[in-house]
Design a binder for this molecule. Structure first.
Ligand code: SF4
Ligand code: F3S
Length: 107
């Protein structure tokens, strides 16, 4: 089991999550973060830190977002680790909560 970053992170990327992860398992892409399921120790610390409520335990991923479980695993292999909080994307507040953001995922 691992935690999973889901759709509402896209185009927000608040990065508060990376500050609390004890095992540095977040990886960063242009407009989205993912969790490496092989590194995540299920500590739960990141979940309440996300202002976009985008992080879920693998068994609690909302209906329709199951694709993000595999996406986290795949993109974690391609993207570099992120350990320091960064500024959110410029339009993060505007995009927070919008649906259908997966089409804007940049790789
Ligand atoms: Fe890191 Fe813990 Fe979140 Fe897993 S659950 S990504 S180990 S903070
Ligand atoms: Fe994304 Fe939330 Fe982290 S928006 S970068 S999962 S704090």
């Amino acid at each position: 089991m691992a935690f999973v970053v889901t759709e509402n992170c896209i185009k927000c990327k608040f990065t508060d999550c990376v500050d609390v992860c004890p095992v540095d398992c977040f990886h960063v892409g242009p407009n989205f973060l993912v969790i490496d399921p092989d590194e995540c120790i299920d500590c739960t610390l990141c979940e309440p830190e996300c202002p976009a409520n985008a992080i879920f335990s693998e068994d609690e991923v909302p209906e329709g977002q199951e694709i993000f479980i595999q996406l986290n695993a795949d993109l974690a292999k391609q993207w570099p680790v992120i350990t320091e909080v960064q500024k959110p994307l410029p339009e993060a507040e505007e995009w927070n909560g919008k649906e259908g953001k997966i089409e804007f995922l940049e790789r």
